[in-house]
Design a protein around this ligand. Sequence first.
Ligand code: GSH
Length: 333
Amino acid sequence: MSDLYTLHGFDPSPYSVKMRALMRYRRLPFVWQATGNPRDAAVAAGLPPVIPVLRFPDGRVMNDSTPLAYALEREHPGQRSVVPDDPGLAFISDLLEDFGDEWITKMMFHYRWYYEADREFAQVWVVSSRNPTMEAEARGQAMQIFNDRQVGRMALVGCTEQNRPVIEESYCFVLDTLDRHVRSLPFLLGSRPSLADFGIYGQLQILSVDPTPAAEMRARAPDVFCWLMRLDDASGVEGQWIDAAAPLPEAIVGLLEHAAKTYLPFLAANAQALQDGAETFEVELLGRPYAQGPFRYQGKCYDALRKRFAAMPAVARDRVASVLEETGCLRYL
Ligand SMILES: N[C@@H](CCC(=O)N[C@@H](CS)C(=O)NCC(=O)O)C(=O)O
């Protein structure tokens, strides 16, 4: 039996590069299996057809990056963990990871499929990653099919003309805030990366390549680009968590305030729509109306976040509750 993991994914997939960076940081030996269609590995194992897919050395196969990251914590306890020791900081890390996975992903999807230059580049990147030497006609067809499928999904995930100003303003806010932060602290919650870093990294890494958001990032937040490169292979990083008893860094407070004005009210409205069986919902975010159809997976994310908050030891919960209250997050938890 090999002691290697196999990570099935590909470069244009935010959750794939998130897991790859996390495993590199944790120094877990793995094979990066990026040829063909990595989704086949999920289907063959009877899992939902999403990537990345991780095969453990004992043959188990799993997907979904957050449960995967926690499975690796159980598998390799204390070995360069990405979960802060302090339960309060661990919760902040979970919240910001989820903000990355489920809110910043709207920016990734919007920029990639809204602007023509980005659509054209993304088609090449995706098709070439699966099969770089495909014959010209088949390659053209594969690119068109992928483009049509993704553009057809935009409204489903909230990437509409109506929502565009909210999504783009939020992207600029995240860039500006992170840019300030990473000039004073190498990672979000210390001089070592947390799950929050990897969740936000996954989406922003793609945004740092797709042409329109990449130009925005380089122009307004070049240190964010440097942070992404640090995270891509952080296997040499040895660091510390911030002091859990000290006030949170200013930019982390800023990100929490922003989550309380965007992602969290979105989650609450989504949960309400799921409960009501509504076909669509509308919520005011950043002073503008934002509308989309309810999304079951994000209903589960919200549930998981609230359960984690409730399950925190009382001392840590009370400490973190005050910053969550000040930033406007608490009322959603
Ligand atoms: N929550 C999952 C999301 C994974 C995901 O959505 N992966 C995308 C690629 S980045 C995918 O496989 N989508 C399915 C498709 O395009 O058919 C995770 O964290 O891993």
